[in-house]
Design a protein around this ligand. Structure first.
Ligand code: IPE
Ligand code: IPE
Ligand code: MG
Length: 248
């Protein structure tokens, strides 16, 4: 483990860690503008932050980390920016997959992947296949992901099963529904972190974050650090979660 991370983690009560942390990595563009750079430079800087945060998650042995990389609404951005982000994904997977595998990370993609080029889909398939038996951090990248779209896709899958006579409508429970989501088999989200001072969900993990705690910071994603990540985790450890019940 890197020395800096080791010091950080030293004061952390592991029993109070969230099982599943989800991050809305926001503010790349604003960080770039502030520094007189192109938005694309902000996205590249954001990838460096992601690498550090994933390393911290591995060092902490978090059960699951989900990051929002590209929403179903992000196609509305200028073509050049979307194109840059696609190249960035491709480079990221190419550069990082061996190290992720070495760190025992289990990679999964959430979202509607059909929209990506054949090249990127192949890279996603190869990387997920490579890591499919890994037992460390479950690392989910939400790409062309929308919470509503995910719920609609799950409903369609169940409707097909009903139409085929495999299940009856009454069989559909919250558990069955969950088993058709992209996060099937993973724990619900305990903590959502959003950077860059926006206080909204932007169609992220709508089902999975039903009882999540939220942590917001004005720090932009390129400036976000493992120290601040650990601060959010410590803050989570102080929260009083009730899940609709009363305090004991
Ligand atoms: C988040 O940063 C990255 C993506 C949405 C792909 P933004 O690009 O949204 O940065 P801001 O919000 O414009 O600063
Ligand atoms: C959410 O950020 C999506 C990602 C971080 C990938 P956006 O920047 O797209 O969200 P809005 O448009 O500000 O709500
Ligand atoms: Mg944004």
């Amino acid at each position: 483990m890197a020395g800096a991370d080791y010091d950080l983690i030293a004061g952390l009560d592991r029993a109070k860690l969230p099982r599943h942390v989800a991050i809305i990595m926001d503010g790349n563009g604003r960080w770039a503008s502030f520094h007189g750079l192109l938005r694309s430079a902000g996205h590249s800087a954001g990838v460096k932050t992601l690498k550090k945060i994933l390393t911290t998650a591995v060092n902490l042995n978090l059960e699951a980390l989900t990051v929002y990389a590209f929403s179903t609404e992000n196609w509305k951005r200028p073509h050049a920016e979307v194109d840059f982000l696609m190249h960035l994904f491709s480079d990221y997977l190419e550069r990082e997959k061996a190290e992720m595998h070495e760190k025992n990370v289990r990679l999964r993609f959430l979202g509607r992947l059909e929209a990506f080029s054949d090249g990127i889909r192949n890279q996603i398939r190869d990387a997920t296949e490579l890591m499919k038996n890994n037992t460390g951090v479950k690392f989910n990248i939400a790409a062309n992901y929308g919470g509503q779209d995910e719920i609609v896709r799950a409903a369609q899958k169940l409707a097909k099963k009903v139409a085929a006579g495999e299940i009856s409508p009454e069989d559909i429970s919250a558990e069955i529904f969950e088993s058709e989501l992209d996060t099937a088999g993973q724990p619900p989200v305990d903590l959502v972190i959003r950077t860059s001072g926006e206080y909204r969900v932007s169609n992220f993990l709508l089902w999975q974050s039903a009882y999540a705690e939220f942590w917001f910071t004005d720090t932009t994603w390129p400036e976000f650090t493992p120290e601040e990540f650990v601060k959010a985790l410590k803050d989570f450890g102080q929260r009083d979660r009730k899940f609709g019940a009363l305090n004991k």
